[in-house]
Design a protein around this ligand. Structure first.
Ligand code: SAM
Ligand code: SF4
Length: 329
């Protein structure tokens, strides 16, 4: 098991498949993009499957989420999903994506064994989408969402980040739209993980503010607290349920005490947290011929050192060296 000194057990693995992306969301990366990892530094498909296999068969991981960068840009994605779905015990498999290209691949991903998707969509207005992501692809995301639902990659969750003065007025409209289409909406507080260091605490749209605005149009009842478990989203029933809305308040209401995550970057580094400052190099171990048990031991050691919290709420907070897109959000 992946235990730490604060009594937590990590069972949920986030795997970044690439640091590249075809959008340039302003809260994530600069217009010109970033210096992408050179190909030899990326884990190969075989290496990814081997590490997931170690996590699932030796370390108690039960959930695997593929992310990035944009994971749909990874040519071997369908094969990776298929091989991970064949592991025993079979992990639950999901994908966090911006949805571009999902219309083409949703069926193949489902057939390969993907259980569900989270699609990021921050606005219903194409022109705001263009400003926010610096690309004119709103239509592709909507098509991807429809395809995901039709392929059975359900429940389809939609992740939205609200930015002040850009789309902070869209919360209720996004929720109304999600209810109408059968998507489960989750708002994510903007975190200081953009590569260009533009995040300002004072500017951030807080969970309290989001809930306030939603409450003007919908009746929100908190789901019983114990149901939150280790999931980061606090959830509310909308108009009595069964539909729900989530808010991931990583900044104003951190959920570190219940965290069950472990992360693997596209270049094979284990991270204990989005905000960690240290990484453990599993790629080097893999490439030097280490057996599975040695890799498992390195992973266990890394997680044992997991810090108590993100530090986001304290004055001594320091950003991690890698931005969100290179960690795997
Ligand atoms: N490209 C995929 C996508 O956008 O869904 C997967 C990677 S992206 C880094 C994962 C999630 O992180 C997305 O839902 C995105 O909105 C969110 N995200 C990116 N930068 C963020 C930030 N600074 N604060 C909060 N969420 C952020
Ligand atoms: Fe790309 Fe996702 Fe970052 Fe947007 S949030 S730039 S889609 S990695």
């Amino acid at each position: 098991m992946l235990l730490d000194t604060h009594g937590r057990t990590a069972t949920d693995l986030r795997v970044s498949l690439t640091d590249r992306c075809n959008l340039r969301c302003t809260y994530c990366m600069p217009e010109e993009g970033l210096r992408w990892l050179p190909k030899p530094e990326l884990l190969t498909d075989d290496e990814i499957v081997r590490l997931v296999s170690v996590a699932v068969t030796r370390l108690g991981v039960t959930e695997v989420r593929f992310t990035g960068g944009e994971p749909l840009l990874r040519p071997g994605l369908v094969g990776i999903v298929e091989r991970c779905a064949a592991l025993g015990p079979r992990p639950r498999l999901s994908l966090t994506t911006n949805g571009i290209g999902l219309a083409r691949t949703a069926g193949a991903l489902r057939a390969a064994g993907l259980d569900r998707v989270n699609v990021s969509l921050d606005t219903l207005r194409p022109e705001v989408f263009r400003t926010l992501t610096r690309r004119d692809r709103h239509h592709d995301v909507l098509a991807g969402l429809t395809a995901a639902r039709e392929a059975g990659l359900t429940p389809v969750k939609v992740n939205a980040v609200l930015m002040r003065g850009v789309n902070d007025d869209e919360g209720p409209a996004l929720l109304g739209w999600a209810l109408e289409h059968g998507y489960e909406l989750r708002f994510i507080e903007q975190m200081p993980l953009d590569a260009q260091h533009g995040w300002q605490r004072e500017d951030m749209v807080t969970a309290a503010e989001i809930l306030d605005r939603l409450s003007a149009r919908f009746a929100l009842t908190p789901e019983v607290v114990s149901a939150r478990g280790s999931a980061p989203a606090e959830r509310w029933l909308v108009d009595g349920g069964p539909a729900r809305v989530g808010v991931i308040a990583s900044v104003t209401r951190p959920f570190c005490r219940a965290c069950d995550r472990t992360r693997l970057t596209a270049d094979g580094q284990v991270r204990t947290c989005l905000f960690a400052h240290e990484e453990s190099d599993l790629r080097a171990a893999l490439r030097s011929g280490a057996p599975d048990e040695r890799i498992a031991e390195l992973w266990r050691d890394a997680m044992w050192g997991k810090g108590a919290g993100s530090g986001l709420d304290g004055p001594s907070f320091r950003r991690p060296r890698r931005p969100m897109s290179a960690i795997g959000g």
